[in-house]
Design a protein around this ligand. Structure first.
Ligand SMILES: [Zn+2]
Length: 250
């Protein structure tokens, strides 16, 4: 008697199942795995870009927010055809970094604040975002994906990014952001990891950004364009609620 193996049976089901395609590895994402931390406060405040969600590519491990920046850089900014660019990538994500390294830009600097006990790939330099070791107007493009929510004096960090960005350059400055909070919630008396997790959703976060995030960026001189590309790219496993904060210096 002929019998379907479980694998064939699963594939049979998948033919009819909707799926997204990972823009990094072309994996058909039938069943993305869970990523992110499960924190009550993130649900309560409808924080986009944080919290536990089924968004990890089972083949390359890319996250939804990594795919979003990748698609934007490649398809909207056309960065892959602009090899003369100088790029600073802070807290660089593995998959984006790998692609950008392969492309061979004029300058591609990856920076992270080195923490004792952690190891970093060879291409990553120890860079404090509050004191970026480059002169002003150095970079055409700066990518900083989910870093500012860790920095108590985020305005100083934004100013540093602004300083080293070239006039006419672009900075992509992503943070987890609450849909419902009008005003950013921060309280610098909350310092221990357990309380930070309770109030900010992660042990090392110092705030939950609200809808006034753009105002902070504007306050130090950026022109901010808040864009959503999900409708243009509905099949790349992007979070349809996640906007991109495209900041320019004029
Ligand atoms: Zn993938």
């Amino acid at each position: 008697m002929f019998m379907f193996s479980t694998d064939v049976f699963k594939k049979g089901i998948n033919i009819f199942k909707k799926y997204d395609v990972c823009p990094f590895c072309n994996n058909k994402m039938y069943n993305p795995y869970f990523i992110g931390v499960d924190a009550a406060v993130l649900k309560e405040k409808n924080v986009i870009g944080g919290g536990r969600r089924k968004a990890g590519c089972s083949k390359c491990g890319s996250s939804d927010r990594e795919r979003l920046i990748y698609v934007y850089l490649k398809n909207e900014l056309n960065v892959f055809n602009k090899k003369k660019l100088s790029i600073l990538h802070m807290a660089p994500e593995k998959n984006i970094t790998q692609k950008l390294l392969e492309l061979g830009f004029n300058q591609y600097v990856c920076g992270d604040l080195f923490t004792e006990g952690y190891s970093y790939p060879q291409h990553v330099r120890n860079i404090n975002i509050l004191n970026i070791p480059f002169i002003e107007n150095t970079f055409d493009l700066i990518i900083c994906n989910h870093l500012l929510e860790h920095i108590p004096n985020d305005i100083d960090a934004m100013s540093e990014i602004f300083r080293v960005l070239k006039t006419g350059g672009t900075a992509i400055l992503q943070v987890p952001i609450s849909e419902t909070l009008e005003k950013t919630f921060e309280d610098f008396t909350i310092t221990n990891p357990t309380d930070r997790e309770k109030f900010f959703g992660q042990f090392d976060h110092v705030r939950i950004y609200g809808q006034d995030y753009s105002d902070r960026l504007r306050s130090i001189g950026f022109k901010v364009n808040r864009v959503n590309i999900h409708n243009e790219y509905p099949k790349f496993g992007l979070n349809k609620k996640e906007d991109i904060f495209v900041c320019s210096k004029f």
